[in-house]
Design a protein. Structure first.
Length: 76
């Protein structure tokens, strides 16, 4: 699942490089080969991690920030 090359950790599935082993482990556990499972309630954007949807909404849909905080906590 991982290879170390020149101080970098490489995912053997997709070839992405990471400086830290823990970041590669997170990638393998939650991202590599996984379908996006979290959808923005305001547009078609989807992500693999819940926190990435929060960042997306805070950046792209700033006017709905307060409404989203409630949705994020209790429904996503």
């Amino acid at each position: 699942m991982l290879t170390k090359c020149f101080g970098r950790f490489i995912c053997t599935r997709c070839g992405k490089h990471y400086v830290q082993k823990s970041t590669l482990s997170r990638h393998v556990r939650y991202e590599c080969g996984k379908q996006n499972q979290f959808k923005c309630p305001y547009c078609p954007k989807t992500t693999r991690q819940k926190y990435d949807i929060k960042l997306h909404v805070l950046k792209i849909h700033q006017e709905r920030r307060d409404e989203f905080e409630i949705i994020y906590r209790y429904h996503i």
